[in-house]
Design a protein around this ligand. Sequence first.
Ligand code: WTA
Length: 674
Amino acid sequence: MSMSVEYDRIMTEGDNQLEARLAEQEVFEPSKSFVEQANVSDPEIYEEFEENWPECWEAAADLLEWETDYDQVLDDSDPPFYEWFTGGELNASANCLDRHLDERGDEAAIEWVGEPVDEDDRTYTYEELHREVNEFAAALRERGVEEDDVVTMYMPMIPELPIAMLACARIGAPHSVVFAGFSADALATRMNSAESEYLVTCDGYYRRGDPLDHLDKANQGLAGVEHDTTTVVVDRLGPNGDDFGHDLGGDQVDYGDLVAEHEGAEVEPVTRDAEDMLFLMYTSGTTGKPKGVKHTTGGYLSWASWTSQSVLDIEPDDTYFCSADIGWITGHSYIVYGPLSLGTTTMMYEGTPDHPERDRLWEIIEEYEATQLYTAPTAIRAFMKWGEEFPDRHDLSSLRLLGTVGEPINPRAWKWYYRHIGDEECPVVDTWWQTETGGMMVTTLPGVKDMKPGAAGPALPGLDVQILDTFGDEVEPGKAGYLTVQKPWPGMLRTLYNNDERYIDEYWAEYSDTGSDDPDDWVYFPEDGAKIDDDGYITVLGRVDDVLNVSGHRLGTMEIESAIVGVEGVAEAAVVGGNHDIKGEAVYAYVTTEDGYEGTDELREAIVAGVEDAIGPIARPEQVVFTPDLPKTRSGKIMRRLLENIADGEELGNTSTLRNPDIVEEIQQKANAE
Ligand code: WTA
């Protein structure tokens, strides 16, 4: 046996022992070296915040620069329409840019990595970012954008997206960012709902090496907008986009021209009330119509800032990397507003993690010496499947902390991340939160708490999270119940855009006395199931409403169903989520056809295309099963639980309450046959 083979054998054995130890271990302490430098390391913080509630949240507001101090931390006189930091005035763009200029003007604010390797990466210093935001703010204003006009952005991960967001914030125009992977219809629905007259988009972007046309999709969406619009188009592709043959319409202007026309312009940040809207973000709910979640300037920004500092442990000198898309809330709070409000360097990557090879993220982390990585369990599961040889090719020792968000992470994936990316030195924060909460809610403070893979952790200080049964009583440790938040917090949504009634119905009605004006009678219900252990660590079990979580993307089953029944030949459709190794959940559709139509491959393709047109490729069904009937109760309600059993290949639950019990087996056979 040669030396090197012997060495390999010993190393492999060592590896196996390490794997075995990790597999058993249930509690992980943060490393000493991390704790010593952590932004928050005093365990007293939990008690202090509880005793000093709601004034404890001054700690969050103090991270910002206010033009006028607030009079009151919390105004809870009209629950659930809570107001935070009332009387205070500030501007989000000034907080993310202007105030850092003196000390950090020459430091990188954004490190942008384009998908083509080393071709057109860009660094924006705070000075440069400030300049371009000012120029674009001046341009928007000149185009007629006024305070409180909603500006929609339909853009991929290019620097002009955060620039446009900050330009809007500067002039007090709320933004509404629509994920670039959403379809034209989805864009139109959101622009119509927000009565948004302005759109910022781009010609295209790169996906796995090829230029992708985006403007065509944007134009199709604009055709469905009911009012007049003005569109600004960023030229991302340059000559590589020439093949698409785009000509800008009469109501469309080139971003580069606009910025050049306003070269050197300075726009005084508009003074905004703490409670003024900073942005709208549409998200999926239980009905077919997406909900416009309203976030405010003072409360949201404080929350994004405070959680970035205390959970992600961000410091100005860091190079922080979140691989989410700014089209979702994670990118809003933890690529743009949180990190920039703290004056750090935030990274943006345009492409996918497997282009040109499966080590792209690790290559980026090594090259930029990233200090934190915040990503999603679905990505971690994919990395794990690809194998550790990809991270092993790179020096990841610059990393200090790892985070996950978006869906539950299984302990095996957590441990893989901890070991192969963090080298057992970096704490992993598993952060539970939602579009509606504005920022993190349940997770460990990494400099204070031990970690338990699979459990997100306790509620953050100052939050009162309880797991209740259907009667509103707290469940025993270990038992499944419903996650609830008992007290308001600064980052919370304020309402659903133009729909206070739906705001109450969706989030509060379940556990509140809605006739009461005592805040103690109001409980926020995020529609997640959860359990809690004896140490107060919460394991989130997933949505309890008809919302799916596909690769960390939130999709309403009703939205998908209404897309499917819109296809000619479809009579009825039921959509459920089935377990999926990488995506967490995948879309399964059960469809009945109209008389005269059959479940052909053509119809199946039309259904898939219909879903992609209405929502986007992320909602593409994994399987479409045609069936003569859907399992229904005698009152006609579709029994989704049974369809979920089928999707998961499990034994069927009780079918005795069905009007048509035989159909279930028939569907199961059809599903298995495919
Ligand atoms: C789920 C994403 C388990 C949850 C920030 C929530 C999670 C929904 C976690 C919100 C986590 C998010 N563990 N589940 N760490 N984080 N979720 O609005 O079901 O896109 O209600 O916000 O994702 O999704 P949203």
